[in-house]
Ligand binder design. Structure first.
Ligand SMILES: [Zn+2]
Length: 469
């Protein structure tokens, strides 16, 4: 048996309830509620098979593994896992450039394979980085997304409008296949104008909306302007991904109030976690105050929380960089990939009964987006939470950081606007509120309603400026 066949057989051995949910609350109970020792054994068996498959079929990984003194069959315990070199996004750049279009890191380069679908990462001026999804991968994606949707309360017969971009985007297609697997009617709602989406909400009354928090806030505001009440539109469940907003308390509160719906957070990444790596449960949706906790799908991924410098594990319950091993994909079974996000995990039991660990506060922010202002560290989400917790301030805002190279310090300007013409705000009051929540003084600039454009998709609200003007 080839290493690829052995790997795929191991994946299939641990697939439970692939086509239909096992019960009314949890799709794959034997996996989602497995004792943690069972989960560990399952992860290790899959990881060991994935290692051998990568060794045999990926020239890029074989070279790295050999340099680390590892041979096929080397991964027998969790301690062995720690010997596998950590990979970062930048490690692939040269490989992409010298072996276009795929690079040699994917094991598909030398394995016979099925037809594929291509996904790429968004943005940036570089050439798009391309990732394939085989038929095996698409089937796994449908199953894993269906399990997450089941956790969000999505049920057969519901209509769902999927506002993710139906281009080479994993969020749109993963969720699409997941919705079909659950048995939902699907309205492909992206890309299209906000007014077109508002029409579909009114005409087709979907129970579920899927999109980035920015998209769903903008859509709700527009529905309101057009004379309808989003909270009476029939929407009951919001599935948010692509931005951290659903785990940012004030953004989450705004979404809940606007739509009168449960708000769920779903996270992953194109490179290594096309299926939901993070997914909330009903216990998180009903949890009121306090940080949102997001389960990590541990039968499909191995998640490690490491110190970003030393790459050693941080003490349980503390913050570190998120290093993920994919345990289900034929084309991207990458091991120990540093996603570049801060995360903090708890293994405390969840009232929902799942044993999968939870990310406290979701993804906490990108390692490289952490801002140092006046000696303190901030994530963009901290500003988002502070600004959106102020009543009457519109969803849109702008944060500008100005560096003073001579004085070696920086300052922050926050531009906000009232949410409507009949709302009056006071710059000094807002500055005092922000000083209270952030612990630093910021300059507040108030502009007229509508000055800051509405954002969709992944909103850009942070700007790093050279010097103040
Ligand atoms: Zn739970």
């Amino acid at each position: 048996m080839s290493s690829r066949d052995r790997y795929l057989a191991t994946i299939r051995k641990y697939q439970a309830n692939p086509d239909a949910p096992g019960d009314s609350t949890i799709w794959s109970r034997t996996l989602e509620c497995a004792p943690r020792a069972t989960l560990r054994d399952m992860q290790l068996e899959k990881l060991s098979a994935a290692f051998d498959y990568l060794f045999e079929c990926s020239p890029f990984y074989r070279e790295r593994f050999e340099r680390a003194g590892l041979r096929p069959g080397a991964i027998r315990s969790m301690d062995d896992v720690r010997r596998i070199p950590v990979t970062r996004k930048l490690d692939w750049i040269d490989d992409f450039a010298s072996h276009p279009p795929w690079g040699t890191f994917s094991p598909l380069t030398s394995a016979p394979h099925d037809p594929w679908m291509v996904f790429s990462t968004s943005g940036t001026t570089r050439q798009p980085r391309l990732f394939r999804s085989t038929q095996h991968d698409c089937a796994m994606l449908a199953w894993l997304c269906a399990r997450a949707l089941w956790s969000y309360g999505v049920r057969p017969g519901m209509a769902a409008m999927n506002c993710f971009y139906y281009g080479p985007s994993v969020a749109a297609w993963g969720m699409h296949h997941g919705l079909v697997r659950v048995g939902c009617s699907v309205i492909p709602g992206g890309p299209m104008s906000t007014d077109r989406r508002a029409y579909f909400v009114e005409a087709l009354r979907p129970s579920v909306l899927l999109g980035t928090p920015s998209t769903l806030l903008t859509l709700g505001r527009r529905v309101k302007e057009l004379g309808q009440d989003p909270s009476r539109s029939g929407v009951r469940i919001l599935v948010c991904a692509g931005e951290p907003g659903a785990a940012v308390p004030s953004t989450r509160q705004r979404l809940q109030d606007l739509w009168s719906a449960d708000v769920h957070d779903d996270f992953g990444c194109t490179e290594v976690a096309q299926a939901p790596l993070g997914y909330t449960c009903q216990a998180a949706a009903g949890a009121g105050d306090g940080p949102v906790t997001v389960h990590v799908m541990e039968d499909a991924f191995l998640v490690e929380v490491l110190d970003p410098e030393s790459l050693e594990p941080v003490p349980p319950g503390t913050r570190g960089t998120l290093v993920v091993s994919n345990l289900y994909s034929e084309s991207t079974p990458f091991l120990r990939y540093d996603m570049g996000d801060w995360i903090r995990l708890t293994e405390d039991p969840c009232p929902c009964g799942r044993t999968h660990a939870r990310a406290v506060g979701g993804l906490l922010g990108r390692n490289d987006h952490c801002l140092k202002v006046k000696g303190l560290q901030f994530f963009p989400g901290t500003f988002e939470d502070a600004v959106r917790s102020i009543e009457g301030v519109s969803d849109e805002y702008r944060i500008e950081i100005f560096d003073d190279a001579i004085e070696l310090r920086n300052s922050v300007r926050v531009t906000v606007q009232p949410e409507r013409d009949d709302v009056s705000l006071d710059e000094r009051e807002i500055a005092a509120r922000l000083r209270g929540t952030l612990g630093i003084s910021v300059e507040v600039r108030l502009v007229a309603p509508g000055t800051l454009p509405r954002t969709e998709g992944k909103g850009a609200r942070f700007f790093h400026r050279g010097s103040a003007s």
